[in-house]
Design a protein around this ligand. Structure first.
Ligand code: MG
Length: 275
């Protein structure tokens, strides 16, 4: 067990809102690191490439190379070398498929990105081992048909995450979980879910940190229904911050017995790192 508690930190609603840094968050990360804490950014954002997320953090003054784990990576960890994967998700999921040594058999939104591409016929669905689903704004009926047909033909259904919504300045938009729900209903199969608050993400965090005992660690997040439950899955403490979109009826302390509320990340860091 590491002597200095690792900090698992959510991004949206804790570090930034739509990439606009939340007051004090950048300095808070610095003071935590100065005090010797390893900070791991744990996000359900499955769409963006890992490097893009690291670069976005660098842009606001947080060096995070090797310190970002995503729900796409957690989904990728469930794949086996050589498996043929049909992706109904963003570039982050495609990246995870390739990093796992699996084969990108196709994308269900190919017809949106390449007008010359022919969507795969139902025959080729026979050879799909895994269907990976996550947020993508190009989701449509044609894609839903391809994805659900492959699952009906026996492919394993893996969801990067099951977040029903995603907060934007213009209100909530459908998240990856809403798309997964459509594929699940259309195929009659329940997905294996990789991201927070589920076990594959917890396994990935343990692997990255190189420890199974995270009882002294903290998960800092704005959503008790994902971050709080994830703390429970990991077996660590939960620090809820109030800088996210919390007006959606997300339940608080009731979900996690070792749950503590802080105004923001800066207040949390002051308590933990004493600066
Ligand atoms: Mg959040």
């Amino acid at each position: 067990m590491p002597s200095v508690a690792p900090i698992l930190c959510d991004l949206d609603g804790v570090i930034w809102l739509m990439h606009q840094p939340i007051a004090g968050s950048v300095n808070a990360i610095e003071s935590l690191r100065t005090a010797g804490h390893r900070v791991l950014f744990v996000t359900n954002n499955s769409f963006s490439l890992v490097a893009d997320q690291e670069n976005a953090l660098a842009k606001i003054g947080i060096q995070a190379h090797g310190d970002v784990v995503t729900s796409s990576q957690a989904a990728g960890a469930l794949l086996h070398k050589g498996e043929r994967v049909l992706v109904g998700a963003g570039p982050g999921a495609v990246e995870a498929v390739r990093n796992a040594g699996a084969i990108l058999a196709g994308r269900s939104d190919e017809h949106h990105r390449d007008s010359t591409a022919n969507a795969m016929g139902s025959d080729s669905n026979q050879s799909i081992d895994v269907v990976m689903v996550g947020y993508h704004a190009t989701f449509d009926y044609r894609g839903l048909t391809m994805l659900s047909a492959a699952v009906r033909n026996g492919a394993l259904l893996i969801a990067t995450n099951d977040d029903a919504t995603y907060p934007t300045p213009h209100g909530l938009i459908p998240g990856g979980g809403s798309i997964v729900a459509a594929v699940s209903v259309a195929s009659g199969v329940q997905p294996i879910i990789a991201g927070k608050p589920h076990k594959p993400m917890a396994d990935l965090v343990r692997q990255v940190l190189g420890t199974n005992d995270l009882s002294n660690a903290w998960m800092v997040g704005d959503r008790p229904s994902t971050d709080g439950l994830f703390a429970q899955t990991v077996g660590c403490k939960f620090a809820q911050v109030l800088t996210g979109i919390s007006s959606e009826g997300d339940r608080g302390d009731a979900l996690h017995e070792d749950s503590h509320v802080f105004a923001d990340l800066a207040t949390f860091a002051k308590m933990i790192a004493g600066s």
